[in-house]
Design a protein around this ligand. Structure first.
Ligand code: PMP
Ligand code: GLN
Length: 383
């Protein structure tokens, strides 16, 4: 393996899912739902296969899906994108992230990301030959906010791209308009491109609305907005994602993407178009159900003796096992499947600076209630 990719030999998700399988544990590590998405979408995929949509789709994605993505962003955020030149369908958000970075970052350019960061940002930055810089979240009550001083120091004229992720994996933080505004101003001042990973855009709780940084003044022209069907429609295995932005930035991502996968997910593309066009009520119900699961697991973890952080969006909750006598989150997660039959993910897998994250662990709660209840019942045995 080349030196720049050596740190990325395994992913924490694969590792912990493997441990979960070995010990027949309840997998609250890797984030994926355990129920299916809307019936009309599933039927549309079956129909697409039956009707012979089984060959290469067009490079930028099928027109019906690009149109559905454009309509969806206009409806939700008032953002207008031309489906012909400003939207690209990708093999999940993962390829949208990698394609954007490989297409836009010159060797040695700096890429700023919020720490903790989703692991793919670091790996794709390395593939692009970029240099990673991080801006930490800091504790604010039982939640997190951006460290604004660190933001001001991290963004310089050497910065090419800043990656925003809100709602945020792994902490479940929804960045406030003040934090998004500070990021936007810094990026405008230093002529920085923003890659905004919004795969959890529809999983925001407590009546809050999702804000996309692309809709802030001066930001549409410098933002690649990324989302995916995976978490919105419970189809993490279908790998349908998209990136929207000004034509020149989308063209850069497309240049890289066409030699990564060329195209993908043929019969699933029309099914996701159906989902975006007709199934947003299903999504609202799914979000309400996840909010109830957030309450269930947060309360149960507290009862089991954990410190529990506030989850504002996503389907992750971060918990502190120190009150139970465990100070090392990674060791805790390595032992947990064998000890009580539950898998989780250490937040240390998403950071460059272990302090103050080394103790924290992430639980994914997009699971059926009986699975969650059995999981937390098992966690009680740690006391
Ligand atoms: N970004 C974030 C923040 C994620 O949590 C994930 C995992 N769903 C992805 C990107 C990757 O999305 P996809 O599965 O669509 O590639
Ligand atoms: N996004 C999922 C998570 O954060 C995992 C995706 C993956 O396994 N790469 O758990």
């Amino acid at each position: 393996t080349v030196t720049r990719l050596a740190p990325f030999a395994t992913t924490i998700f694969a590792e912990m899912s493997q441990l979960a399988a070995t010990h027949d544990a309840i997998n609250l590590g890797q984030g994926f739902p355990d129920t299916d998405g809307p019936q009309a979408m599933l039927d549309a995929a079956r129909g697409a296969i039956a009707e012979g949509h089984n060959q290469y789709p067009p490079g930028p994605g099928i027109p019906a899906l690009r149109q559905a993505v454009a309509d969806h962003q206009l409806r939700c955020y008032g953002l207008e994108y031309d489906p012909a030149s400003e939207i690209l369908i990708t093999v999940g958000a993962t390829e949208a992230i990698a394609g954007s970075l490989v297409g836009l970052v010159e060797a040695g350019d700096e890429v700023v990301m919020i720490e903790p960061y989703y692991d793919a940002y670091a790996a794709a930055t390395a593939m692009a030959g970029g240099v990673r810089r991080t801006v930490p979240l800091v504790a604010d009550g039982d939640g997190f906010v951006l460290d604004r001083d660190a933001l001001a120091n991290a963004i310089t004229d050497a910065t090419r791209v800043l990656i925003v992720n809100s709602p945020h994996n792994p902490t479940g933080t929804v960045l406030g308009d003040d934090d998004l505004g500070a990021i936007a101003r810094a990026c405008i001042d230093h002529d920085v491109i923003v890659i905004s990973d919004e795969v959890y855009e529809h999983l925001v709780f407590d009546g809050r609305a999702h804000t996309t940084i692309a809709a802030l003044p001066g930001m549409r022209e410098r933002t690649l907005r990324i989302s995916s069907a995976a978490k919105t429609f419970n189809v993490t295995g279908w790998k349908v994602g998209w990136v929207s932005g000004p034509a020149d930035l989308v063209a850069a991502a497309r240049t890289a993407k066409q030699f990564m996968s060329y195209v993908g997910s043929g019969p699933f593309q029309p099914a996701i178009a159906v989902a975006l066009n007709t199934e947003m009520d299903w999504v609202r119900e799914s979000c309400a159900s996840l909010s109830a699961k957030r309450d269930l697991i947060s309360g149960a973890l507290r009862d089991a003796g954990f410190g529990v952080h506030r989850t504002e969006g996503t389907f992750f909750v971060c918990a502190d096992p120190r009150p139970l006598g465990y100070t090392d989150g990674e060791q805790f997660c390595r032992d947990l499947p064998a000890r009580v039959g539950v898998a989780a993910v250490p937040v240390s897998a998403f950071v460059d600076h272990p302090e103050p994250w080394a103790h924290l662990v992430r639980f994914a709660f997009a699971k059926r209630d009986e699975v969650l209840l059995e999981g937390v019942e098992r966690l009680r045995r740690l006391q």
